[in-house]
Design a protein around this ligand. Sequence first.
Ligand SMILES: Cc1cc2nc3c(=O)[nH]c(=O)nc-3n(C[C@H](O)[C@H](O)[C@H](O)COP(=O)(O)OP(=O)(O)OC[C@H]3O[C@@H](n4cnc5c(N)ncnc54)[C@H](O)[C@@H]3O)c2cc1C
Length: 400
Amino acid sequence: MTDADDLRRRTAELLAAHPPAITGRLEFLRARFDAGLAWVHFPRGLGGLDAPRSLQAVVDAELEAAGAPGNDPGRIGIGLGMAAPTILRFGADEQKQRFLRPLWTGEEVWCQLFSEPGAGSDLAALATRAVREDGGEAGSGGDWIVDGQKVWTSSAHLARWAILIARTDPGVPKHRGISYFVCDMTDPGVEVRPLRQITGEAEFNEVFLTGVRIPDAHRLGAVGEGWKVAQTTLMNERVAIGGARMPREGGMIGVAAADWRARPELRTHDLHQRLLKLWVEAEVARLTGERLRQQMTKGQPGPEGSGMKLAFARLAQEISGWEVEFLAEDGLTYDDWTMRRPDGVDFTGREAGYRYLRAKGNSIEGGTSEVLLNIVAERVLGLPPEPRTDKDVAWKDLPR
Ligand SMILES: Cc1cc2nc3c(=O)[nH]c(=O)nc-3n(C[C@H](O)[C@H](O)[C@H](O)COP(=O)(O)OP(=O)(O)OC[C@H]3O[C@@H](n4cnc5c(N)ncnc54)[C@H](O)[C@@H]3O)c2cc1C
């Protein structure tokens, strides 16, 4: 049985065998994965020890205190938060062995090819097609040829692999004709073009897929069951965005509190009251995240993750708005409008103006707040669902 003491012992052994001061970053991360200390709740042999997820904090604290290098979650967040749990749940053994280690160490960056110009909130309406080259049945081993356009693809310019959903059967209702693939972003048919955001940066992209060849061995889940696989990705995405583990006064509220302490000349009674209210709400959200992680010790996140992400987006926007107001003229300046291609996603980076603008995306990415409210209404509160008229109509017959 792996408990906290056992994890401390294993961490000490790792540090003794690979002292961070004289070990290369990648070498250390690979050794950490092989020791089962990457994500302790994953199975043995895949970076984990089948331990309770809550014990990861024990390992992280020991490694941080020893100055060990991290795997830069801001750069590889889509791999860690979305691709990995999906591969773990639906992947074949060879897929898990091939993809999970370089994903966790950051040697291979992942992106998510889900949204399309005509399919965002209504993701199941997607039109990207995947056709079996030999026209054969699943298991016949032929490659899939993929054509279509994806949009808002974060980190596509950095990615080696993508999780991709595409339509494999237009003749059945939209949720049923989708399959889920791992797409090689270095395939010659993949074209990535930058899309500039409100911040001036191009963190995301549009991605054109023309005759992209995907081996059947890179399919996750059964043909036509991609929607079910995608649900695992989406549920985990909401937790990854809204439920990241952080210390008290971490994240956006930490930045605002630091401003408050550093600039006494800007303080007013009203701003003080509002900051305190936001601080309490941020702490409640943080503790709710802890509780959610404990509920998720085994298994996948449910609709509670949508509630977390809703709270996160609202707070990020309110706190960053407070910060811009508090900093007065300094809050209105902007450091640099150069179109950058950032090396990852950073919600609290740069300066107040950047944080304020970047937070606008928080209520859109990973499901808009309106759509998440629908999910909470239907699946948590049990309210009547939205009317759905296209549930039993073949995708090819839907008006577009
Ligand atoms: C910063 C950022 C990063 C992103 N990264 C990725 C990525 O890496 N990969 C990827 O695939 N996608 C990504 N997205 C796309 C994101 O998932 C979509 O933008 C989102 O799902 C909304 O889809 P849409 O933009 O097509 O808007 P639409 O679905 O067209 O929505 C427009 C408006 O209508 C509202 N609306 C729609 N349906 C309903 C409904 N049923 N009830 C109430 N209101 C409704 C929405 O809330 C919204 O206000 C990213 C988006 C952002 C902002």
